[in-house]
Design a protein around this ligand. Structure first.
Ligand code: PLP
Length: 219
């Protein structure tokens, strides 16, 4: 198996408007460098400490995306450098990101995570909460945050129709909000197992790990 080959093969199939986030969580820096040396610069991690260590040690032109659930007390470690936070799932977290971003005088791009899956283990706002949030006064006070889109994860199932329906509902919400907030441009949906369906249903950003780097070993 070659990481470079996997990456290039997947990239060749993606429509031009779809951005690939290479999900490198749990993988060693040598694997990331193999991908980086093909010219790829966008990587996703789901643990702040692991991402920060990699940021410190790897080339500085890498764009680091936080794709996992974020604990508020960890935001300070990535506020200096993170390129996009995908999994923003509470107002408390928005407040903390805003506060930490201010310290670096930057505006951190964030996606609001929407709960579309059947499982209740997945984090995120539901549709009515998102609508309420974006129309609240509070929401527009976060000067050091730029909400650039939505992120969602489909149910972990073999039922392709269900996955399709869930991605469709997220895209519908995205299109609705976009008519009101034209700055929204990113719809982050799709992983190794379901990114083709996600792209058919309007994804503009896919997060692919195992199909590039191989299976993860979590021990
Ligand atoms: C791990 C992870 C991915 C990538 O999963 P693969 O199935 O390995 O492609 C995508 N998104 C999130 C939020 C993840 O945690």
């Amino acid at each position: 198996m070659s990481i470079a080959k996997n990456l290039n093969t997947i990239k060749a199939t993606l429509p031009e408007k779809v951005t690939l986030v290479a999900v490198s969580k749990t993988k060693p820096e040598s694997d990331i460098m193999e991908a980086y040396n093909t010219g790829h610069k966008i990587f996703g991690e789901n643990k702040v400490q692991e991402m920060t260590k990699k940021w410190e040690e790897l080339p500085k032109d890498i764009e680091w995306h936080m794709i996992g659930h974020v604990q508020r007390n960890k935001v300070k470690y990535m506020a200096e450098y993170v390129t996009l936070i995908h999994g923003v799932d509470s107002v408390k977290l928005l407040k903390e990101i805003n506060k930490q971003a201010k310290k670096y005088d930057r505006q951190i791009p964030c996606l609001l995570q929407v709960h579309i899956a059947e499982e209740d283990t997945k984090f995120g706002f539901d549709e009515s909460e998102i609508k309420e949030l974006v129309s609240s006064d509070e929401f527009h006070q976060f000067e050091n945050i730029k909400i650039t889109g939505l992120m969602g994860m489909a149910t972990f199932t073999d039922d392709k129709q269900q996955i399709k329906r869930e991605f469709q509902s997220l895209n519908q919400l995205f299109q609705n909000l976009k008519s009101e907030f034209p700055d929204l441009s990113i719809l982050s949906m799709g992983m190794s197992g379901d990114y083709k369906i996600a792209i058919e249903e309007g994804s503009t950003m896919v997060r692919i790990g195992s199909s590039i780097f191989g299976k993860r070993n979590y021990q």
